[in-house]
Design a protein around this ligand. Sequence first.
Ligand code: 2PG
Ligand code: MG
Length: 423
Amino acid sequence: MKISKLIGYQVLDSRGRPTVAASISLSDGTSHTARVPSGASTGKHEAKELRDLGGQYVEKFYAGLSVKQAVENINQVIAPRLVEELVDLVAIDNHLIELDPSPDHAKLGANATLAVSLATSIAAAHSQNRSLARYFQPESYLKIPMPMVNILSGGAHANKVMDIQDLLIVPIGATSFTQALSWIVAIRETASELGKQAGFVSNLIADEGGLAIPFDSVSKACEFVISAIEKCGLIAGEQVSLALDVASTQFFEDGKYNLKNAKQSYSSDQFVTYINNLVSNYPIVSIEDPFAEDDWLTWQKFMQVAPKKLQVLGDDLLTTNLARLNRAIEEKSANSILIKANQNGLVSSTLNVLKQARANNFNTVVSARSGENEDSWLADLATGWAAGQIKVGSTHGSERNSKWNRLLELEVIENTKFINPFN
Ligand code: 2PG
Ligand code: MG
């Protein structure tokens, strides 16, 4: 089937900021749309998201965040090249690379290339009469990923009320996704109640739907979430474990890890000890970005002393970038990678990063961004790619729940197995 039309346009994300949408029409008269997400704690090495600030397209009322240039790139540069082409993901991604050979997609904008690449994959799945998950995994059962879900937020997602960005839970004892989600919702709501009882204004919902409660130490935050788990009659560490996204690049200044709420400052070596103490004192199964995006040596040192089973997860460190992943494999800097399509800019090369990670025994966690939208393609990608884990934020906000709901749907309508990478 051929692409008959491609249109880019500006829409809003969950933070009320502009983002790029692309709609592809096919020769059978159907059309297929994708909208791209956007981060707040964005890594320096991510593909380039084009925003209009300082450019000729800037729109007065969007504080410089409009994406008209990226939209124009779709309509004026990409569309003329792709119309009449066969809707084939790898071929279309190759056209996009030819149009913009820069490794970070700086010319067209990664928000433009990803919108087109995603819309292509959705249209291509349709042309084969398959769902997006089944487009990537046509045979056998689908693997439903283990969710990693935000309960408490700080850092760039919640006005820095906590030093670390996210305290999440992983329902390692659940035997189905449906059961996992029911535990998570109970814990999320119980945490909200406990927060109110403790006098916090816990209706302060952070960017990803988690609770923005001002804990001045990570230990207090861990204990709080453990108490919510236990209040639900679940066993912390056996049925539900903790995960942290430290997002430490955000507070790494002049070679020091500065925890402002805790009023502590650590050298890299001291921070290795600090992190190691946290993971030995609490039932933490996964730790994301414990060290800054270019503090490679410290990641390596931590890997040498960290518990073997701990998931050491690179987000800002690896930015879904093959070269950075290869370095981490070589230097043993981490053992797991966060996979975010908009850090990379193309669907097919995002998948290549995931495959390279898996081939080297890295755990793979497909992840949403803090600025999201109603699309649910992420759930299909995580499932079709057999990622093992998925991170979407909390269970509040339809931009989060559209992904959870799609996984619930897949578990009901498809032949599936629920994956537990922590067994
Ligand atoms: C992260 C993501 C999602 P952001 O750091 O992992 O939580 O945040 O999209 O702001 O980079
Ligand atoms: Mg992160």
